[in-house]
Every structure is written in structure tokens, then in C-alpha cells.
Write a protein that binds this ligand. Structure first.
Ligand code: ANZ
Ligand code: ZN
Length: 808
């Protein structure tokens, strides 16, 4: 056996052999129990993977390998979330087709995932930009359409002038698009939406049924933003109804003004000629402000009086109508009853414009702070209303026919249209006679036409609108001339169902084979970063619920168990990213230390879910550990093969290691798993130095160590497995089992004597130091009584047998 550990030759050799032998292929039609372990499928960016991404991919791979050795039929696949703007831009930059760029990037990703030793079933690789895949993304679009969950509407949209496409409100933040471009504005254009709001309650309630972190659940629940309250019907002076949404209907007697969102369609009706110019100027200035700016807590509240009035239905008070941008057009009814005595924003607004403050109910600690002065001036003190009282107020409103209970959600419908080339075309045809007509299923996919210049423009239409052969078609219903929809779908559509494709990636007749899904789906473990906490994870849950309601699948949550890995910071303490320039690639680390050393370090650096900083010392240590493993085998494996004698101490340690490794993988405590390997290697090295390795127990310990090490360090384990004369891939061997009795620390019965007379028999651990045993012996009550009043001259200790206390 080669005395030196050489990952550079070992690792590529085994990677090729595993692939050729299909070691990681999942078995269709198996009677074994299954394990489906999945990572969020990556966007194949031009930058490739860095070692931070490995903190997500390596542990999942360890679990997949472990489960395979535990007798499970394992599905551990990989694919590409390949549509999207960065690829399209890279294509423009290099003068290439997005298809070419995508293929180049996915090759790089596949290579990187291979050199870190991950075992995927590559025969199931999927690519969301492949027509064979997006055909079914389009099919699901039509499923949603037929179920009334996809619709086209013309609205003010966020528009990024740099990306030249619309953005959903969650893709904007602080006036920037999600890719960091400033200067985003709004454009009024028709676009497609998915009606995710129909599923708001289900998405909220079912969070209780899934095993996710509280942090992610909270983010989802805030995003849904369920709010209970009432709608109260105010009236215009000419008698039309104009409802408001309020969570505090009990404060309706305190209304002193009324506010419409500047975008509200009724603003014109209230505006008097004298106020028109001011109102229009204010409306124009509102357009450019984001919801975040408008609703931020510490900003000055602004607005303009329209000149008009509404009537408060409970006391017929005439209330002035204002517009103000802190009222959002898309929430509730876009109108607010202003109650400055009980609402902070209303208070600030009233304060600025010298509007009256009227206390409707008594203050409490729950009420907003700056109001205290105003309320005390009024001098009314009752108790704060309980929800029960709010319910009574709602009953009253209902009886009077002026209001009703109402639940509102922060969540908006999902804007799916993108005016870009590199996405799945929306499969709809616009016919002058028939209107919107879905593309018949047998005409799917609607394929992207080849385009030389696919750069977006500022027309608000996708580049596909410039391809006449694509646009002009005939209506499937009436046969007349018609036009294709030219928007494509945002990538979150593609990633909302991909996990259902891996069990049957080559299925041509349907999106998935229900039989295969019944066995494989849903994934047993989903691993990814918290950055997906809302968008992807919410959208995928929505699609799965729709499929469930359509009777296509028999589960209604896509990811029963989700875990999030911790962030990896660069050596400078900042999150690893290309723009910071602190990226470390797996390629350079594998080149220097080997894939196994990188894997061991990724696990050892910190608990799986904790944020941690990269350190090259750490990976150095991991490499040293693997060298020690290698040396032990080179120096002692063959020599210990003939030994007959047993070493109970080593047998115990080996069983204990099996137990610890098993439990720690199951609990995803990979860092402590690695430390138990290290301790074990220390112990074996000690045996080696003390010449205690001529035992069959030692030999057995080495064989077992290889099996336990296989998921974490698959190459070295495989190489040593073969070098030591075993056959078949180590990754297809059975995981060792332990005997709990043997794994226990060994216990001896020790007789405690005083002057040679046995007073007590005690149990002591075989690992306990002599001084500990003697202390335990002296503390026994029977011994204390016998010794009482005398002095101890000496102690005769025969380890494992007798402690004789000699007294005078
Ligand atoms: C009167 C009132 C009195 C209110 C009071 C609160 C406290 P959440 O919890 O977010 O649902 N509101 C309603 N529609 C709005 C819109 N389009 N833009 C901005 N604010 C809006 O909050 C609901 C409360 O936010 C509603 O209850 C309303 O103010 C305001 F002591 O009505 B409230
Ligand atoms: Zn038609």
C-alpha cells in the first residue's frame, strides 16, 4: 500500500468509476423504503459555486449516502433553474445564445459538484429551460388558468428600466430592484397574475403541519399577513357607499378625517376645482415612491385635502376627505377612516395638518405613546376594548347594515409576467373574436423562437413581440387570425414543481407519473438557504395545493421537512460574494487539499445551521486528519490481519463510534460526528504506539471506521476499502450496527474493604481514574462508619477488584 495519501489520483478515479457503475442511481419500482433528499436546485450562474454553497450540498450528500447504506432506495438528484435574466445578459455580453451560455454554466456546476465528491443520480438531471421540461410548466399554467387562478390585468407595475421588465413587489426593496438597480419606476401595463390570494388561509394554516424552522414560518406568516377586522360603509354626500377596512371598528366614533390612497379611482369625484392642482401634483409625486418608503414609521406624513366630504355612518358626522400616500391603494379598500386618537399614523397626520383629535375609547398601554397627552386632555378613561367587544361592535354594524366582519391579507396575487426572452412563453393566444384562448395541450410546448437580438426594449413588451412568425398564429377556437401572448413566465413558475419531475424526469406524456410520485414524493428532506424563505417556498406550496385540489397528487405540502444551512462568511468576515471579492471556489480548495478534506472541513467548521467564517487553517487540519487515517492503514492494517486476540476496550470504543456517528448524522450534527472520528483516530494511534494493535479488535475497528467515514469522505473510504481487499463499492455496503450493551462504558464491581474486611461492593466505570474510584469508595456510608474516628494509613488498590482502606 502506498504510504502517502494522494487525493489527486484517488478522487478523479473514483468519481469516474461511480458514474460508470451507476452507484448513485435511484431504483424505479423498488420494494425498499425510499429516501428522497433534495437541495434547492441552483440557478447556473456564470460565477459557479463557491465553498459557501458547499455547506448546503455536502451535508445533504452525507445524509443521502448514509440512508443508502441504511438500506433505503435513495433519490438524490440535481437540476438547473436555468431560465432567467443574468444568463440572458451574459449571452448579450458575450454575443452568444442563452442556450449556449446555460449549457456552459451547467457543465461548470456539474464539474464542481463532482469534484467535491457528491453522488447524484445524473441520469435524472433536469433543466428548466429545456422544452421537454417547460412544456409542463406551460401545462401547469393552463391548469391554473382553467381553475380560475391565472388572469390578465392591467395595473401599475414596478418597472426596472435597467432590466427592462416588470417586477413583483417582493422583487423591489428601498427603490431598488432585486438585482440592485436603482431608479425603478412604475408603468401601467397588462400582465399575468396567479391568484395565490385564494390560498392565503390554507398557506397560513398548513404551516402548522410542516417541520420547518420557526424563523421561516414566521416570515411566511408575515408575508401572508392575515388581519381581522371590519369593513365600515362610509357614504358620499350623494349617497354612494365607500367602505373602509379597519382593525378597530370600536374607534369609529373617533373619526375626524377620511383618507384615500392617491391612486384611488374615486379621488376625482371628491376633488373640488380649487383643490384640483394640488391633488394632481400630489398624485404625480406618489407614483415614484415605493410601498416601503410610504409606510415607513418615522417619515413625515404628507397629504392633500380634496375639498370633498364623507358621512360617518354611526353619527352622521361630515368628515373631510384627504389623500395621503401612507394609505396604499392595494390594501383593504384603499381608503382609511382617520382616528388620530387611537392610531399613530393618523395622529401624526392630524398633528401636521391641524385636524381635530377625538377620543372614542379610553387609552391603555396598548395604545400608541404620543397620544397620551391628547387623551389625557380629553380626560376619558375606560378599559381597553377586548376582542369580544370588537366582535360586539361588528354585530352592531351588521345589525345596522353599515358594516361587516372582514379578513384582509397583506399578500398580493403573484405577478408572473416578464417582458423578457429567456423564460417559458405563456401559452395563451389572443383572438379578436374569442378573446383569450389557451393553447391546446397537444400544441405544447410553445417553444421559444431563435432570436439573434433578444435584448429587451422599453416598449413594455417582450422581445418575442418582434418575431412575427412567433406572434402571428391562428385561433384554436375559431381558426381566425390571432396573436400569441409574448410575455414569458418568471423563473419561480419553473421552480414551483421541479421536485415532482425528478422521480420521472423523462416522462413524455404527462408532467409526472402518479405511480412514481406515490412512491417518491414528497421529498423527505429539503435543504437550502433562508433567502428562499418566502418567494420560492411560498409559490411551490401554492402550486402543490392547487395540484392537490385538482386531484393530481395526494399530498398538499411540497416539503414536509426543511432545514436551512448557516451562512458562510469569507475570510474577511463578510458573506461570501463575487461583488465583495471574497469568494473561495471549491476548485482551488480541491486542487490544494482534495475533495474529502474540503468536505470534512465544511462539516467540522461549525454546527450545520450556524454562521461561520472560512479559515484555511481549518481545511489544513482536515487534510491532516485524513493523512493520519491513511497512515494508520498503511502501517497497521495488514499486520493486524492475522491477530486472534480480542481487546474489549477497542470493541467498546468501536460500538460507541457506530452509535455516535449514526445518531449525529440523523440529528445533522456533522461537526460532532467529525470530532468523534478524530478522537477515535487518536485512540487508534495510541494503540499503535503502545503496540496494542496485534488484536482482531483493532483490525475490526479499522474496517468499521471505513464504513462510518464513507458518507463524509467518500473517496478515501472507497480507496482504502479496495486497498484492504474488499470488493464492491463501499457506498453500497450495509451500515454497521452497534450493540448498546457493548457501546456502554464497561463497569466493574469493586469490593471496598476496611482493614481487609469487606464493607461494601461498588460499581465503577472501567474508564474511571484510580483516584476517582478511591474517592467513591471512601464516600460510601458503610465505609464512613467503619473509618469513623480513625486515621487512614494507606489504601491498597487492586484495579477492577478491591480497594482496601487500612486505618489506625
Ligand atoms: C382605523 C383605526 C383606528 C385603525 C385605530 C387602526 C387603529 P393591519 O393590521 O395592517 O391590517 N389601513 C387600512 N387600509 C389601509 C391602507 N390601504 N393603507 C394604509 N393603511 C390602511 O392594519 C389595518 C389598519 O391599517 C386599519 O385599521 C387602518 O387603520 C389602516 F385605532 O382603521 B385602522
Ligand atoms: Zn377565435
Amino acid at each position: 500500500m502506498d504510504p502517502y495519501y494522494d487525493p489527486k489520483t484517488i478522487e478523479p478515479k473514483w468519481q469516474a468509476a461511480w458514474e460508470a457503475q451507476g452507484v448513485y442511481a435511484a431504483q424505479d419500482h423498488s420494494h425498499k423504503p425510499k429516501f428522497y433528499g433534495l437541495n434547492f436546485f441552483p440557478y447556473p450562474s456564470g460565477e459557479g459555486l463557491h465553498v459557501g454553497h458547499c455547506r448546503n450540498y455536502v451535508p445533504t450528500d452525507v445524509i443521502a449516502r448514509f440512508m443508502r447504506m441504511r438500506g433505503y432506495n435513495v433519490l438524490h438528484p440535481m437540476g438547473w433553474d436555468a431560465f432567467g435574466e443574468p444568463t440572458e445578459e451574459a449571452a448579450v455580453k458575450f454575443g452568444l445564445q442563452p442556450r449556449v451560455v446555460t449549457d456552459r454554466n451547467t457543465r461548470r456546476f456539474r464539474h464542481q459538484l463532482t469534484i467535491i465528491g457528491n453522488g447524484y443520480d445524473w441520469s435524472r438531471e433536469i433543466d428548466s429551460s429545456d422544452p421537454a421540461y417547460y412544456r409542463w410548466t406551460q401545462w401547469f399554467f393552463l391548469l391554473l388558468y382553467r381553475r380560475g387562478l391565472a388572469y390578465r390585468d392591467t395595473n401599475w407595475q414596478w418597472w426596472c428600466p435597467t432590466c427592462q421588465t416588470t417586477l413583483s413587489s417582493h422583487e423591489t426593496k428601498g427603490g431598488e430592484c432585486w438585482r440592485g438597480h436603482t431608479g425603478i419606476t412604475k408603468k401601467e401595463i397588462p400582465a399575468w397574475y396567479f391568484k395565490i390570494t385564494d390560498y392565503a388561509d390554507a398557506l397560513l394554516d398548513d404551516l402548522d403541519t410542516i417541520d420547518w424552522s420557526d424563523a421561516v414560518k414566521t416570515m411566511q406568516s408575515n408575508w401572508i399577513g392575515r388581519s381581522e377586522g371590519a369593513e365600515i360603509d362610509f357614504r358620499t354626500e350623494t349617497g354612494e357607499i365607500i367602505p373602509v377596512f379597519t382593525t378597530r371598528p370600536d374607534t369609529v366614533y373617533g373619526v375626524t378625517f377620511f383618507v384615500l390612497a392617491p391612486e384611488h379611482s374615486l379621488v376625482e369625484n371628491f376633488t373640488t376645482p380649487a383643490q384640483r392642482a394640488a391633488v394632481h401634483a400630489y398624485q404625480a409625486q406618489t407614483i415614484a415612491r415605493s410601498e416601503i418608503e410610504r409606510t415607513a414609521e418615522n417619515t413625515q406624513k404628507t397629504g392633500v385635502f380634496t375639498g370633498g366630504y364623507v358621512i360617518n355612518p354611526v353619527n352622521q358626522a361630515r368628515v373631510p376627505v384627504w389623500i395621503a400616500d401612507y394609505v396604499l391603494p392595494s390594501y383593504g379598500t384603499g381608503a382609511v377612516m382617520g382616528v388620530p386618537a387611537h392610531d399613530q399614523r393618523d395622529f401624526e397626520f392630524a398633528h401636521t395638518y391641524h385636524l381635530p383629535v377625538e377620543v372614542a375609547i379610553a387609552p391603555s398601554d396598548n395604545d400608541v405613546q404620543p397620544l397620551k397627552a391628547a387623551q389625557q386632555a380629553e380626560g376619558t378613561f375606560n378599559s381597553h376594548p377586548s376582542p369580544k367587544e370588537i366582535a360586539r361592535v361588528i354585530d352592531f354594524l351588521e345589525d345596522e347594515g353599515i358594516g361587516r366582519a372582514k379578513v384582509n391579507y397583506r399578500m398580493r396575487d403573484w405577478l408572473i409576467s416578464r417582458q423578457r426572452y429567456w423564460g417559458a412563453p405563456i401559452p395563451i393566444i389572443h383572438c379578436p373574436t374569442c378573446g383569450e384562448v389557451p393553447v391546446p395541450e397537444d400544441q405544447l410546448p410553445v417553444e421559444l423562437p431563435p432570436m439573434d437580438d433578444f435584448q429587451p426594449d422599453d416598449t413594455g413588451r417582450s422581445p418575442l413581440a418582434r418575431v412575427p412568425e412567433f406572434v402571428h398564429t391562428t385561433c384554436p377556437q375559431c381558426g381566425g387570425l390571432a396573436e400569441r401572448e409574448t410575455d414569458t413566465m418568471g423563473g419561480f413558475a419553473c421552480s414551483s414543481w421541479y421536485f415532482l419531475r425528478f422521480p420521472n424526469p423523462h416522462e413524455a406524456e404527462q408532467p409526472f407519473d402518479p405511480e412514481a410520485l406515490r412512491y417518491w414524493a414528497p421529498p423527505d428532506l429539503y435543504v437550502g438557504g433562508v433567502e428562499h424563505a418566502v418567494l420560492h417556498l411560498m409559490y411551490a406550496r401554492f402550486w402543490v395545493k392547487v395540484m392537490y385540489d385538482a386531484g393530481l397528487i395526494d399530498f398538499n405540502e411540497p416539503f414536509p421537512r426543511l432545514v436551512n444551512q448557516g451562512i458562510l462568511q469569507g475570510p474577511d468576515g463578510f458573506r461570501m460574494s463575487k461583488s465583495r471579492g471574497n469568494v473561495i471556489t471549491p476548485d482551488e480548495m480541491v486542487d490544494k487539499y482534495g475533495g474529502d478534506a474540503l468536505r470534512i472541513y465544511e462539516m467540522f467548521m461549525a454546527p450545520f445551521d450556524q454562521e461561520v467564517m472560512w479559515s484555511e487553517d481549518g481545511i489544513n487540519g482536515s487534510e491532516r486528519f485524513l493523512k493520519r487515517v491513511w497512515r494508520l492503514f498503511a502501517e497497521t492494517y495488514a499486520q493486524s490481519a492475522e491477530a486472534q486476540e480480542e481487546d474489549p476496550d477497542l470493541v467498546r470504543m468501536t460500538h460507541k463510534l457506530i452509535q455516535e456517528t449514526t445518531e449525529r448524522i440523523q440529528e445533522m450534527r456533522f461537526n460532532t460526528m467529525v470530532s468523534s472520528f478524530m478522537e477515535f483516530i487518536n485512540a487508534l494511534s495510541e494503540c499503535n504506539q503502545n503496540n496494542r494493535w496485534h488484536t482482531c479488535s483493532y483490525h475490526q475497528a479499522l474496517d468499521t471506521l471505513l464504513l462510518l467515514l464513507a458518507p463524509a469522505a467518500p473517496h478515501i473510504a472507497e480507496e482504502l476499502w479496495h486497498v484492504t481487499g474488499h470488493t464492491g463499492s463501499i457506498h453500497l455496503q450495509t451500515w454497521p450496527t452497534w450493540d448498546p450493551a457493548l457501546a456502554q462504558d464497561e463497569v466493574f464491581s469493586v469490593a471496598v474493604q476496611v482493614n481487609g474486611k469487606t464493607r461494601q461492593v461498588i460499581e465503577v466505570s472501567a474508564q474511571a481514574a484510580p483516584a476517582e474510584v478511591e474517592a467513591q469508595a471512601k464516600a460510601e456510608p458503610a465505609v464512613l462508619r467503619a473509618v469513623d474516628g480513625k486515621t487512614i494509613a494507606r489504601i491498597i488498590h487492586i484495579p477492577g477488584k478491591v480497594v482496601n482502606i487500612v486505618v489506625k
